[in-house]
Design a protein around this ligand. Structure first.
Ligand SMILES: [Zn+2]
Length: 184
């Protein structure tokens, strides 16, 4: 049994849902850290639907909370920006924190998102597509990590194992600004 968090509409199976986990728009922003994983979206009101009462027969469920040092995410961002992501995006603007001299930042495409108030803006190479989160900031990186963990567990596993490469970085950056793999 599944129940809508808002209108309490009940669903016997996820077959009755139009959108089923993890195919839920803006999933990363709608999840509570460490919370129960939703089954999908309510067909009446669009709110997340959660399993109630029963458990999955023959299955154990574990929700993990993971923490990564800034440096690990910096490594991942470096994989992206120093790999070949230029086939789908380019940096169009840098935003420096007001307290920081631009000349003191050696690698703005890596360092700025880790500074409070800093970041850079991405656009597609033809200038045709608006990204849903064009500014790469600390918040965007956090969202991108969560999206990658939910939607692309194989790539996230490579990051966890410190086996990330240019492809992992590419996927991560697309998760950050596009919410899914669109290019490549
Ligand atoms: Zn509902």
């Amino acid at each position: 049994m599944f129940e809508c968090d808002n209108c309490s509409k009940q669903f016997v199976s996820t077959d009755e849902l139009e959108r089923v986990f993890p195919d839920i728009p803006d999933l990363a922003q709608r999840l509570d850290p460490g919370g129960i994983v939703p089954a999908g979206e309510c067909t009446d009101c669009g709110t997340l639907v959660y399993p109630v009462g029963v458990t999955m027969p023959g299955m154990f469920h574990v929700t993990l909370s993971l923490w990564y040092a800034d440096q690990r995410v910096k490594d991942l961002l470096t994989c992206a920006t120093e790999g070949d992501v230029r086939y789908w995006c380019k940096i169009v603007e840098f935003r420096y924190p007001t307290t920081v001299e631009a000349s003191s930042v050696q690698f703005p495409h890596i360092e700025l998102p880790f500074m409070k108030g800093g970041g850079f803006k991405l656009a597609d190479v033809e200038g045709e597509q608006e990204f849903i989160r064009p500014w790469v900031t600390r918040d965007t990186l956090a969202t991108g990590l969560q999206v990658m963990a939910v939607k692309y567990p194989k790539h996230f596993h490579d990051f966890q194992m410190e086996n990330e490469d240019a492809e992992t970085g590419d996927v991560f950056l697309q998760c950050c600004v596009l919410d899914e793999i669109v290019f490549g």
